[in-house]
Structure formats: C-alpha cells, structure tokens
Design a protein around this ligand. Structure first.
Ligand SMILES: [Zn+2]
Length: 52
C-alpha cells in the first residue's frame, strides 16, 4: 500500500525519494524538495491547523 503525497505549496503530487532509510519528497512543479513533515496527504488538505 502506497499513500499519495502532495506538495503543500502547489498541491501537485510529489515524487518519493528514499535514501539510506530517510524518505524525502520532491515536487516537480516547484522543483524543490519537500520534507516528510511538510507533505500533505490530500491535495485539498489545508496546511493550517483547524481548531474549531
Ligand atoms: Zn510544489
């Protein structure tokens, strides 16, 4: 099972890079690395924390 991850900036799908156990993501649209903690699991997800 492989989850899809999206760039928090442009909401495009990111490419998964794995090296020495460390996983990082690369956005082809922004042409930049996105750290594991920054990627979002849904393109519609809001990066802001919602506290209702
Ligand atoms: Zn991007």
């Amino acid at each position: 099972m492989s989850a899809q991850f999206f760039c928090p900036t442009c909401k495009k799908e990111v490419e998964r890079l794995q090296a020495c156990g460390a996983v990082q993501y690369f956005c082809n649209h922004c042409n930049s690395l996105v750290s594991k903690s920054k990627v979002i699991t849904s393109p519609t997800q809001n990066s802001e924390q919602e506290s209702s």
